[in-house]
Design a protein around this ligand. Structure first.
Ligand code: SF4
Length: 350
C-alpha cells in the first residue's frame, strides 16, 4: 500500500514511488519529462485507480512514452498564439477580447495540453513587472477590448494578493467589462479556492466569469463541487470547457454524465474542444466524424441545458469554428433536411 503524499508528484522518481509508472518505463518517462512538465496533485492522485491501465484520470496526467512520437501535422503552437501576440503575455485574436497570459505554471500538467511547449518550469514563466505594465498599457490603449481572458498556465496558481493587483488594474480600464479566468484549480487543488482567493477574483464594475476545465465526471468530486460553490456563491458565473480525448471521454455516456455534473454544480457547459494538434498527442486524438457522432448522441440523452458547443480551434490561429453535428443540411434555397436525435429525417423550409 502506497501512502498518499501531501505534495504534488513532479518527477519520474515520484511517479515510480507512487506506483503510477513501472520501473521499466523510467527511461521513456524521463525522456518525456525532459521535454514536457509533469505534475500530479494529491487530489488527482487520490482519484486514480492503479488497477485500471486505462484509468481516465491517470491518462490525463501520467506521462506516457507515446508522447515522444510527433506526427507531421502537429505543431509547437497549434492554435497560433504567437502569430497574434502584439506584446508579451497578450494574445489579440478577435477584436473585442484578449488573452492575458500572466503565468505559465499549472498545478497539473495535462499530457494533451495545447500549450505544452509554453507551460511548466522550462516554459515562458511569469510576466515580469515591466511585461505586465506593457500588457496593461496595450489593453488600456485598445478601447475595443471588452473582455480580458486570464489563461496561461493556470491563473489561479497566483496568490490572492497578485490576483487582486491584476483585478485592480483592470478595474481602472472602463472599456473592459468582463474578466474571464480559465482554470483547473477547483478540480485539481480545491482547497486553494478559499475566501481570500474568491474575493480576489472580483473587481468593482467588472463581471467575472470562471471557466472550469474538466474532462471526466470523476473529476467533479464533492470537494471540487464545494470549491465551485464558493466561487458561484460569491456572484461569479461559471462555465465549462472539456477536451474530447480518446480513452478518457470519447463515450456518449461519460460525456453525458460529465455535462450533467457541471449543470448540477451550477456550471453551464460551454465548450467541447476537438483536441488540438499539440506535439506528442496523437494517441489522444479522434476524428471529427467520431466527435460529431458523440455530440449527436448527446442530443437525445441530456437536457438542452447540458449541451456543450463542439468546436475546433483552426490550426494556425484562425480562431474557433463550430463543428456542429450535420443535423441541419441545406438541400436547396430556404430548404433544409433536418435529422432528429433518433435518426429520422424531416424537411424544413424557412
Ligand atoms: S491546466 Fe491548462 S494550460 Fe495547464 S497543462 Fe493543463 S491544459 Fe495546459
Amino acid at each position: 500500500m502506497t501512502a498518499a503524499p501531501f505534495r504534488s508528484l513532479k518527477s519520474p522518481q515520484d511517479l515510480i514511488e507512487a506506483d503510477l509508472v513501472e520501473a521499466g518505463q523510467r527511461d521513456a518517462v524521463t525522456e518525456v519529462a525532459d521535454r514536457y512538465a509533469i505534475a500530479v496533485t494529491p487530489a488527482m492522485l487520490a482519484l486514480i485507480d492503479r488497477d485500471d491501465p486505462l484509468d481516465p484520470i491517470a491518462l490525463q496526467f501520467v506521462p506516457d512514452g507515446r508522447e515522444l512520437l510527433t506526427v507531421p501535422q502537429e505543431r509547437a503552437d497549434p492554435i497560433g498564439d504567437r502569430a497574434h501576440s502584439p506584446v508579451t503575455g497578450i494574445v489579440h485574436r478577435y477584436p473585442d477580447r484578449v488573452l492575458l497570459k500572466a503565468v505559465h505554471v499549472c498545478p497539473v500538467y495535462c499530457r494533451f495540453c495545447f500549450r505544452r511547449e509554453m507551460v511548466g518550469p522550462q516554459g515562458e514563466g511569469t510576466l515580469s513587472a515591466d511585461e505586465l505594465d506593457d500588457a496593461f498599457a496595450y489593453i488600456r490603449e485598445h478601447s475595443e477590448i471588452w473582455e480580458v481572458i486570464l489563461t496561461g498556465g493556470d491563473p489561479l496558481v497566483l496568490s490572492p494578493r497578485r490576483l487582486q493587483a491584476i483585478m485592480a488594474r483592470l478595474a481602472e480600464i472602463p472599456h473592459v467589462k468582463i474578466v474571464r479566468f480559465h482554470t483547473r484549480v477547483p478540480v485539481v487543488e480545491p482547497a486553494r479556492i478559499d475566501a481570500a482567493l474568491v474575493a480576489a477574483l472580483k473587481a468593482s464594475g467588472k463581471v467575472t466569469y470562471v471557466a472550469l476545465h474538466a474532462n471526466h465526471p470523476r473529476e467533479l468530486t464533492a470537494e471540487a463541487r464545494a470549491a465551485c460553490a464558493r466561487i458561484i456563491d460569491a456572484g461569479i458565473v461559471m462555465i465549462s470547457q472539456t477536451v474530447l480525448l480518446t480513452a478518457v471521454n470519447n463515450d456518449a455516456d461519460v460525456l453525458a454524465e460529465l455535462m450533467r455534473a457541471f449543470v448540477e454544480t451550477r456550471i453551464k457547459p460551454y465548450y467541447l474542444h476537438h483536441p488540438d494538434l499539440a506535439p506528442g498527442t496523437s494517441h489522444f486524438r479522434l476524428s471529427i466524424e467520431e466527435g460529431r457522432a458523440l455530440v449527436a448522441a448527446l442530443r437525445g440523452k441530456i437536457s438542452g441545458l447540458c449541451q456543450p458547443t463542439y468546436i475546433l480551434d483552426i490550426p494556425g490561429g484562425h480562431g474557433k469554428a463550430v463543428i456542429g453535428d450535420s443535423t441541419v443540411e441545406s438541400v436547396g434555397e430556404g430548404c433544409y433536411s433536418v435529422a432528429d436525435w433518433r435518426g429520422g429525417v424531416h424537411e424544413y423550409r424557412d
